[in-house]
Design a protein. Structure first.
Length: 231
């Protein structure tokens, strides 16, 4: 009886990894610690996802582009999004026999790569347009939206892995709705910031197509080539 119980526990730990809980716990702890240290900056960050004025205040008052706390909070988005993609493809092994943690980090590296290319593209665009202020404004606005989305994904990720009551498909749909809303918010913010800085409409549309839509398409197609299905 005791041997059977021990075997059952061992099998459960093999099927349900513990590392996602530790990872999400560290993200929550980091966010709460930063919020405690700088409550005003936290409020501006939340408002900055919706208000351009809050973004300008963040840049002016918090020096957010060189702020370590902002960088740590931005990691919440990357780690949470990678875990979400991992969760909806739990059975995928990328064509190789790898551990669940290794599969997660492969997804994470893909997301990092896509966003590095995106930031470089945005930087090149601001050089061509000679619009450094727009570059900073949009990067900070994008960061604020991504941070909130990453935090919202944390409980959904944990429920997808550990809950035994709610249908995981419902959680996936909720996460995709939040993802879609964050994209819409980014498009709106991109248009409003561009118009505020007197950027031509065709440049704004070109930017949104190449540096907002294309990275998502590339991410989906690349992961699909490795056996990871997002849709």
């Amino acid at each position: 009886m005791t041997d059977n119980f021990i075997l059952l526990v061992q099998l459960s730990f093999q099927r349900i990894p513990f590392w996602p809980f530790v990872l999400m716990f560290l993200l929550v702890a980091s966010a709460l610690y930063i919020r405690t240290l700088n409550a005003n900056g936290w409020k501006l960050m939340v408002k900055g996802a919706f208000s351009n004025k809050a973004v300008y205040r963040l840049i002016r008052e918090e020096n957010v582009m060189e702020n370590t706390a902002s960088g740590i909070l931005s990691l919440t988005f990357f780690f949470s999004l990678a875990l979400f993609i991992y969760n909806i493809n739990e059975g995928s092994d990328f064509g190789l026999k790898s551990s669940s943690l290794l599969r997660y980090f492969i997804i994470l590296m893909f997301i990092f790569t896509i966003y590095i290319v995106k930031i470089v593209g945005l930087y090149m665009a601001q050089l061509v347009l000679d619009a450094k202020s727009i570059f900073e404004d949009y990067i900070v606005g994008l960061m604020n939206i991504n941070i909130l989305f990453g935090i919202a994904l944390i409980p959904l990720n944990l429920l997808m892995i550990y809950n035994t009551i709610i249908n995981p498909e419902i959680l996936i749909y909720v996460a995709f709705i939040l993802w879609g809303l964050s994209l819409i918010l980014r498009f709106i913010k991109g248009f409003s910031m561009g118009l505020n800085r007197s950027v031509k409409m065709e440049y704004i549309i070109l930017y949104l197509c190449t540096l907002e839509i294309m990275p998502i398409v590339i991410l989906i197609e690349t992961l699909d080539d490795f056996g990871v299905k997002i849709f």
